[in-house]
Unconditional design. Sequence first.
Length: 442
Amino acid sequence: MPSRPNIVFIVADDLGYADLGCYGGREAGFGLVSPNIDALAAGGLRFTEGYANSPVCSPTRFALMTMRYQYRLRGGLEEPISSKSKGNPKLGLPPEIPTLPSLLREAGYATALIGKWHLGYPPACGPLRSGYDDFFGIMAGGVDYFSHVSGNGDHDLYLGEEAHHDVGYLTDLLSRRAVDYVERHAQADGGDKPFFLSLHYTAPHWPWETRDDAHLAEQVKDNLFHLDGGDVETYRRMIHHMDEGIGWVVDALRRTGQLENTLIVFTSDNGGERFSDNWPLVGGKMDLTEGGIRVPWVAHWPAAIAAGGESQQHCMSMDWSATMLALGGGRPHPDYPIDGVSLEAVLRDPQARLERPLYWRMNHRSQRALRQGDWKYLKVDAHEYLFNISADARERANLAAREPERLARMREDWLAWEATVPAIPEDAGVSLGYSYKDMPQR
């Protein structure tokens, strides 16, 4: 491997598995939806069986930050953290917990978060208290793209920990800030100090607003779920605006001579929502079926990753954070051993395979899941299922009755794992936002 890379960790919000061209997505009426992300995949490595730590946003973000199962922290048991929790110090990421940015900073990296935090509010919590040198973005789970107001009616755009007012479409504001960060870093100290940039978009999360929809801000201010709006074309345009911004960042890295030794990782925090394309998977956000947790993972690093690669390695969000820590020369804190597994070997050789059982748990509908090799154990409500995912990614052929011994073994494996993490407390929240009365469900 070459010298320690710069790292740009791009996270989309509620993106479906097949929304991108490089994952089989269809063209929109305006043309290609994601040409810049597709180019990163073509020039790097694409994972076809990678997962998010959760089918909903803030739990995944706990795992991304700590490199540990989100269930180990009280805030990670919210599904997700609600704007109504503002001021509750226990529903956030405690500053004393080691994080990917704090450990990389100890290893000599400059660190910045541009975009969505969603891990609690100051003064108890915040990006600057958990390892980031710089922060520009939102603290809440979602805001209007133009007014930058959260679901509880508060202004929610920050520079550091100070409220910040800026005119413009949020996706573009984040992209331009990221370009500025890349350019400034190239000029600082001769560009010798590596940087870790978390670029965590809110796109394509609701409300359903493109660059041309500023007039909708007043209409959706009282209900950002935007239950009476949106359509597939608007949704694809929102992805395209994010993709354009990613192109600007890549161009800035290339222009400043930093692209060769920069690891760019792209993913989503969970599966897609109302207008997303998860084909051929079933389910979406809030579900432990494949459509809720299988997400795109693209890695691009010209100095180390060969172009045009594809891997079937099973992995989840915290594994990628563990990988970045290892590549940056950081070390886990001995008091907080990480659950994530480094994927360095796979980045070197896409054919390499690591045995990696993956566990999930949801309060919502009492869901359980375990992916182990080709097989998946799933429980939803009172129903148990067993699927051979390599043959049936759509989870339609339930093999539980045919393979009762395998079902029992995987159930016991899941129960043994669950005993290693805290139980779900009775006051843990589940926030759905909409239900069958709003629209027919999947």
